[in-house]
Design a protein around this ligand. Sequence first.
Ligand code: NDP
Length: 263
Amino acid sequence: MEKSRVLVVGATGYLGKRLVKASLANGHPTFVLLRPEIGADIEKIQLLLSFKEQGAKLVEASFSDHQSLVDAVKQVDVVICAISCVHTRSHHILLQLNLVKAIKEAGNIKRFLPSEFGTDPSRMRHAIEPGRVTFDDKMVIRKAIEEARVPFTYVTANCFAGYFVGGLCQPLKIIPSRDHVLLLGHANVKAIYADEDDIANYTIKAADDPRMVNKTLHIRPPENILSQTDLVQAWEELIGKQLAKTTISEEDFLTKLRSKTYY
Ligand code: NDP
């Protein structure tokens, strides 16, 4: 079967660059959105040029220029967006409304995979402020996609390993502690972790899989379903040392979260 032409939007991002790599590795003609707004951001430009060297085609288009987006999506079969959200560096999930409009007008897209890649937002109606904006906005995009009758796949990737496993699930930590760990409540609630390169790979495979039209892909590797205690124990075995432990109660943790702003 001929591989779909894939356009990656948000390609210079944390997940985006992995999507480009996976798309090329899976043999897809790969297109990468180049936004004129990046100006003289040398890191982004060099990354985009490295994609080009690996065989990707750079396509210039801006979220504030509807026609440029229509022209960009007309060149491909599949659009995968990995634009940033509030828990990372900046929040632009709703900009995808422009992309949905362009995809609808172009009329040729066989599959759109919006920037999801987290916890399934349809199951997060109980999420607390201020973080819930990510889930709420992702639901706004889902609604727009479905109303526009654009064929989609939603990728639910649960917890990125780099963010959560590295820091042993401690808020704002990415490197594992060697002396002390803060345990969240009883530390026995299981969560699902996924390697970012695996997420990109499954995403690319789902994009061309007819079984995934208008479906949600749940990335849930059984061996990666672990509690914070499981993670800490694995780390302690690895470094041959027990960590000192303190606990934050559920109530104190939620109070701390409530006092945060993400902007
Ligand atoms: P990044 O913060 O790395 O940003 C991704 C890209 O968004 C940027 O490289 C840029 O792409 C684009 N972007 C940024 N600002 C703008 C703007 N003003 N206008 C248009 N585009 C802009 O995002 P992540 O890779 O961290 O996140 C991608 C997705 O993954 C999100 O949906 C997020 O919720 C999810 N995620 C999930 C996690 C989990 O644990 N499950 C953890 C982290 C993220 P370019 O300049 O190339 O156009």
